[in-house]
Design a protein around this ligand. Structure first.
Ligand SMILES: [Zn+2]
Length: 259
């Protein structure tokens, strides 16, 4: 029975990704990929993707129909209602892990892919797990964008208004002071957000914010509700990459629940 269920799921993945590709459903859409730590150490921190899987994924994107654009480019298209490049993708990382510099950065450079890293400013340089300002500045000078992921990574929906404002402002100011450039992008910790938080993020001066949701973004997607597709260790083969980039995994999940 288990084997049959697995075979049906694989068949569903294959058929739905084919349907999506043939309908060119991604052409006027932009999928934002969400990574965290890129490491082989699965002992504690989650979520993680191994360096080999990350490299394979970047190679797959490079050799396929996708175009990796910067978050800046996506925001420009949304603000000015300009057409999105066909089959576009944006690469993002949350939390500011040191392996983003040691492992992911050289791979991104190899393929000349732009990326954005959302920093928790209170964690920078705190221990060997996290990026140092020296590493951040080196990546910044090579074109990596840096956004805010708050100062202490709290659940924003649980904060009183003054603490919420402090988290949004402090992280923005620190990044701007250290990098000498505007910090205009925000990532909601745990993807937890509501309308008043979105309004606050906007009011404080950010231009956009990313969350979760697994959807592709279109020109109609609100700038403070950008959806991201979470990439984790099970997405290790080109087959899985294709399934997640096509959005077919959402159909698969639906079917799995009914099987
Ligand atoms: Zn986070």
């Amino acid at each position: 029975m288990k084997k049959l269920k697995k075979s049906i799921s694989t068949l569903i993945d294959y058929v739905t990704s084919l349907i999506h590709s043939s309908l060119h459903s991604e052409q006027q859409r932009c999928r934002i990929l969400e990574f965290h730590s890129i490491s082989d150490d699965f002992s504690g921190r989650m979520p993680i993707l191994s360096p080999s899987a990350f490299h394979e994924f970047m190679k797959y994107i490079y050799n396929s129909k996708y175009t990796v654009i910067s978050l800046n480019h996506l925001v420009e298209c949304l603000e000015q209602i300009k057409p999105l490049p066909k089959n576009s993708l944006v690469i993002t990382f949350d939390d500011g892990y040191k392996d983003n510099f040691l492992t992911a950065f050289p791979i991104l450079e190899k393929y000349n892919f732009p990326a954005t890293i959302f920093l928790v400013t209170g964690w920078i340089g705190k221990n060997p797990t996290y990026l140092s300002w020296k590493e951040i500045k080196q990546m910044h000078s090579s074109g990596i964008l840096f956004g805010s992921h708050t100062d202490t990574h709290p659940y924003l929906t649980k904060l009183p208004p003054e603490k919420l404002e402090h988290e949004l402002k402090k992280s923005k100011e620190i990044i701007e002071n250290k990098l000498g450039t505007e910090c205009w992008a925000f990532s909601y910790p745990y993807g937890k957000v509501n309308e008043s938080i979105r309004e606050k993020v906007k009011k404080i001066g950010y231009k956009c914010a990313v969350s979760k949701g697994e959807k592709s973004n279109t020109l109609r997607t609100p700038l403070f509700e950008l959806s991201r597709t979470f990439i984790y260790e099970t997405d290790i083969t080109p087959h899985h990459f294709r399934v997640r980039l096509s959005g077919a995994h959402q159909w698969r999940r639906l079917w799995s629940q009914t099987l």
